[in-house]
Write a protein that binds this ligand. Structure first.
Ligand SMILES: NC(=O)c1ccc[n+]([C@@H]2O[C@H](COP(=O)([O-])OP(=O)(O)OC[C@H]3O[C@@H](n4cnc5c(N)ncnc54)[C@H](OP(=O)(O)O)[C@@H]3O)[C@@H](O)[C@H]2O)c1
Length: 251
């Protein structure tokens, strides 16, 4: 899933790019957003996929790429009149590259996708968020605090996003905008398949992690959605990072 934009104008809330299973879980299993009267708009970079997901789930959609700052203007224009209640910056790239194979373009792509994009999107949506005293949730990762082999750029860009989350929380508090982050651990999503690891490596890693994770299993996408939803409702919380990792951060 990419960016989430939730708008609680009694009739609507917004979400962005995403894959259907997660959205369905978010909307059907937790039912939090619908129950709260949000309308969800999804935004993503692959038109076919995003259209299909939106039509299947009865959502609005916007085409946007985290590395294309111009596409954020289209998102902002959708909210300029009535405002925006919630932005969830969920889009990210996760590719694991050994140090000696890192290229200048890797730095740029990681930085633009995982850090600059989310921050610029917040900036673009600020007027709309101000109107609703909105809430921002940035999706980080436990990789920020746990060592991750070949994951230096991923961890560093997520760490930058967490650091910015705290500073923005202070900066935007006078405008009554809250800024928090969610740090997932090992979650069963398509992300692992995009990391460059082989199928065998992924299976070995999963078996190893399931022995370390106190809850002894991978998390489900909807379990991250539950925590993101809880952040929307936690109106006295800002500048926080909530782990959703089966307890792995405490071992
Ligand atoms: N799964 C985990 O174990 C885990 C652990 C820690 C943190 N996280 C974080 O959780 C969030 C969701 O990840 P996920 O696990 O659900 O994986 P995912 O399904 O791959 O979600 C990542 C989403 O980001 C989108 N994206 C990537 N680059 C983009 C760009 N330039 N513009 C617009 N969208 C872009 C992808 O869209 P495309 O389909 O177009 O590529 C995809 O929909 C990410 O921030 C990730 O870092 C996940």
């Amino acid at each position: 899933m990419g960016i989430l934009l939730l708008k609680k104008s009694r009739k609507n809330a917004k979400n962005s790019s995403g894959y259907r299973r997660k959205l369905r879980h978010w909307l059907r299993d937790s039912q939090v957003i619908k129950k709260k009267g949000y309308t969800v708009t999804i935004a993503g970079r692959h038109k076919g996929r995003i259209c299909r997901a939106a039509s299947e789930l009865g959502l609005e959609y916007i085409i946007a790429d985290m590395t294309d700052l111009d596409s954020f203007k289209e998102i902002a224009s959708q909210f300029q009149n009535h405002g925006l209640d919630v932005l969830v910056n969920n889009a990210a790239m996760a590719k694991f590259i050994p140090l000696d194979e890192l290229s200048p373009s890797d730095y740029l792509l990681f930085f633009n996708t995982n850090f600059r994009g989310p921050i610029e999107l917040i900036r673009e949506l600020l007027p709309a968020l101000k109107k609703k005293c909105g809430s921002i949730t940035n999706i980080s990762s436990i990789a920020v605090n746990n060592g991750l082999v070949n994951g230096s750029l991923y961890a560093a860009t997520k760490g930058a996003l967490e650091a910015a989350t705290r500073s923005l929380a202070v900066e935007l508090a006078p405008k009554k905008i809250r800024v928090n982050a969610v740090a997932p651990g090992a979650i069963d999503t398509p992300l692992a398949a995009k990391t460059g690891r082989s199928k065998k490596e992924l299976l070995q890693r999963r078996a190893m992690l399931e022995q370390i994770i106190p809850l002894q299993r991978y998390g489900k996408p909807e379990e991250v959605a539950q925590v993101a939803c809880a952040q929307l409702e936690a109106t006295y919380v800002t500048g926080s990072v909530w782990c959703v990792d089966g307890g792995v951060h405490i071992v």
